[in-house]
Design a protein around this ligand. Structure first.
Ligand SMILES: [Zn+2]
Ligand SMILES: [Zn+2]
Length: 332
């Protein structure tokens, strides 16, 4: 079925625990059918954690999911975004307009801000990185055209009222949720921990199914940051994870370990590719890493991920750049 005839999911809401509701919101992305927002009871309303992507009709899906839990946008007392990706922050402006609430988010949100403020510059930068990574010009032009057509998924830029930095507390009827900075997936990523009930709101840091994505180019070493964030979350001993996509899960430690194992496996595979085929471009590492060439569908995901592994290996002294155009990598 083409994407235009594919039956779209509808927003759905369900109670997970007394005072905790999962709002499952449809996404237009292939392979990622929905994301979650979480409503947690707070006084005469709720704190809403994340809010879904903005696109035509998306607010009605959020309202539909909330209505199934006897909630309305006017009940939102505070919007907390785990990170500044469109599927978690996109509808922030719409929620604030309807609910009149505050927005709290981590201040390292330049990766989203740039895409809204100056999409042309971000786009040009992405093209430059792709060319530098060895992506051939012909497919790149086509990929870049379709990426532009997809739009940002953000209703409009809204300034946060509060900064979700380490140790900040979000009060709810279930008790306080404590902010942990967990960069890696995105520079602005935070998790929220409710220690009495051993709950973890994990955003995209930990998902039920291991799925790695790194925002490349905003911080020094996204993979190293992600691994450190996994260690941090492992120390919490959380019992139930409320993730940014799909269902809740309980075996938090096993999920952390599975993420670590996949990152290590991919780092080893990239190192082997560089050692056996170097000097090699990031573009040519991709099929050796994933078993498939880069395509329009995977370029925005696999290229930053591959570059993030190369960067990690560079930081630990295992590979180096050969200093050519496009950039090629060698074992150190
Ligand atoms: Zn994300
Ligand atoms: Zn997400």
């Amino acid at each position: 079925m083409s994407s235009s005839t594919r039956r779209r999911e509808l927003g759905r809401g369900e109670r997970i625990l007394p005072g905790v509701w999962r709002l499952r919101l449809p996404l237009p992305w292939p392979g990622i059918p929905h994301c979650n927002a979480w409503a947690v009871a707070a006084g005469d309303g709720v704190v809403l954690f994340d809010c879904g992507l903005h696109e035509p009709g998306s607010l009605a899906q959020l309202e539909r999911a909330m209505a199934q839990c006897d909630l309305r946008l006017e009940h939102v007392r505070l919007l907390v975004c785990t990170h500044a990706h469109a599927d978690h922050y996109g509808q922030a402006a719409s929620v604030i307009d309807a609910g009149g609430c505050e927005l709290w988010m981590h201040p390292e949100d330049a990766h989203m801000r740039a895409a809204i403020d100056n999409p042309d510059a971000v786009h040009a930068r992405r093209l430059e990185v792709a060319l530098q990574s060895g992506v051939p010009l012909a497919p790149l032009k086509e990929w870049s055209r379709s990426a532009r057509e997809r739009g940002s998924g953000v209703a409009r830029l809204v300034e946060p009222d509060g900064e979700l930095v380490e140790g900040v507390v979000v009060e709810t009827d279930l008790g306080p949720w404590i902010v942990l900075e967990t960069p890696g997936h995105a520079p602005s990523h935070v998790c929220l921990h409710q220690p009495d009930r051993r709950l973890l709101l994990s955003g995209d840091h930990l998902l039920g199914r291991v799925s790695l994505y790194f925002d490349f180019g905003w911080t020094a070493d996204p993979v190293g940051e992600f691994l450190a964030s996994l260690d941090k979350v492992a120390a919490l001993d959380a019992r139930l994870c409320l993730a940014g996509h799909a269902r809740t899960f309980t075996d938090v430690e096993a999920h952390i370990e599975a993420n670590r194992a996949l990152v290590c496996e991919r780092l080893e595979r990239v190192l082997r590719a560089v050692a056996e085929h170097g000097p090699i471009t990031a573009y040519d590492v991709v099929p050796l890493l994933y078993g498939q060439q880069l395509t329009q569908l995977t370029a925005g995901w696999w290229l930053p991920e591959t570059l993030s592994y190369l960067r990690r290996l560079e930081v630990v002294g295992a590979v180096r750049r050969a200093g050519e155009e496009p950039e090629r990598w060698l074992a150190a």
